[in-house]
Design a protein around this ligand. Sequence first.
Ligand code: SF4
Length: 342
Amino acid sequence: MSADDLRKEAASIAHAAKRLIERERARGGGELLAAGVAKARESARASARAKGIVLPPAPSAPQREPVAQPTTLEVAAPVVAPAAPVAPAAPPAAPPAGGMPDFVANSPAFKPPAPQPEPKVAPDFVLPPFTEDLNPSALGGSRDAIVAASLPVLADVAAQANACEKCGLCRTHTKAVPGVGSARSGIVFVGEAPGADEDLRGEPFVGRAGELLTKMIEGMHQRALIPGVKLDRDEVYIVNVLKCRPPDNRNPLPHEIEACSPYVLRQLEALQPRVICCLGKFAAELLLGMKGTISSMRGKTYRWKGAKLVVTYHPAYCLRSPSAKRPVWDDLQRLAQEYLTD
Ligand code: SF4
């Protein structure tokens, strides 16, 4: 073999070795192979030198990129694919028409729903049947038994409220205001708390707001919204969540409602109403067990232990905002509709 042939063969071996090393390195076993090839190459060079042949310099092996050692944090962190472009956040979904929790009504984006034509029954609300334990008399039937059974209970509640010291409001009140009326019609109006006039007389809804409520009840009777059922203050029952007036007519406090609410609940159980009308948010929140604005709670028919329940604005609100009288009238018509249907 000539020196030129030897040179070409050595160059060919070096080139093949380089490619082999690169492939093996990619599989993770390149170092051992590279050492073997280098040893063979050095042996071939020694043999060539002994024969007086000068070989071209061996091609330098490609240097492996240094592998950065991951830090502890990098090891702990999951591999994350490049983030896809983030679509702009969608605006909050429009609240469904009808009921709305307080944490939503108080959110900055909330806007009270615009007045809508009142549906006969909210489409997402299915009325459950009356329960056995609080079954108002059948339409057109006698409520004599309910009236008779309610009297001693109502009298007992009144006596307890008159002597009550549970929440401390008795220290500032003039008279407790247990309630007035009868279980005869099967309609109960539940308000918030006595005002100044009620506090003096010991009777609910006798001030300006009470006069408006009386007119509303009489209007229901004059328009014969519930044919055959007499509607006036003596035939319906009128009651408040609190039996004693809060100082300066402030809102009831949670501990006062908690202390006093057993009275109104016992009254309702005795009255076995066919329909309850909540006047204002405190009555509605107590009986529905949820927070909400009146505008979000009205317009639906609920159940309270078998009685139907509707929500409307307090008459005192109507005095401040006369435009609310129309929706209140709508709610009273709803009340009558529900009264007339099982
Ligand atoms: S408001 Fe109710 S709980 Fe408080 S003292 Fe009067 S009756 Fe008792």
